[in-house]
Design a protein around this ligand. Sequence first.
Ligand code: IPE
Ligand code: IPE
Ligand code: MG
Length: 243
Amino acid sequence: MQARESNREDAPAPSGEIPRHIAIIMDGNGRWAQQRGLDRTWGHRQGVKALKPIVKEAARMGVEVLTVYAFSTENWRRPSQEVDVLMTLLVEFLARETAELKGEGVSLRTIGDIGRLPAGAQQSLAWARAETAEETRLILNLALNYGARDEILRAVNRWVGESGEKELTEDTLSRYLDTAGLPDPDLLIRSSGEYRISNFLLWQLAYAEIFISDKLWPDFDPAEFRQAIRSYQARNRRFGGLG
Ligand code: IPE
Ligand code: IPE
Ligand code: MG
């Protein structure tokens, strides 16, 4: 019988270069639920559960930053009942998991225009961020009310208002983005077999390697995560040069 890769926490990490920053588009929750005849929101509940093992695996492997797309600027178009459940799940996730994440050395941060989230979600985020501010093993960056076009416009408008400069450079724009100070993602993972960016990190993904997983997000597990990293390790990143 062929050995199948184990999901156990002591499974060997991929040997080779570990991406410093991994970005994930956590997609397919709704389809996961619909395939089971359940309301889409059950898929979101399962999707939240899928995140913790991936965060732990990333920390264990020595990834520095994990940025996960949790709610886009376009997701407000969904029925208000679904949006309400997503916001509630966020608050519950933070209340339940922050202490354990802190114990794992995880620092919680956000990107996106979180000032437009419900007040309760903003309060939970501020609390979780403060609780974990001293941690340095892994940055877990939650993309919430995030859209890359919105991020770039907010950055440029703030620069216009603050800097008094006439010309914007790549370095300056990078410093005004929500991801200021973080390395660009080396690897972008999208679950559920969709081949699109959906307004995620348009500036920062310029030279990211891309891994599309056919698994729906609630089924995405550490074995699939390691598969993505092994795929990354087999790539030849040339950055426009000759490699
Ligand atoms: C991703 O799953 C979670 C969010 C966008 C909040 P979806 O809800 O997009 O699931 P599908 O793509 O409809 O299956
Ligand atoms: C992208 O997924 C946003 C998140 C995963 C939060 P969507 O499901 O919203 O993207 P589209 O609509 O399929 O492009
Ligand atoms: Mg989707």
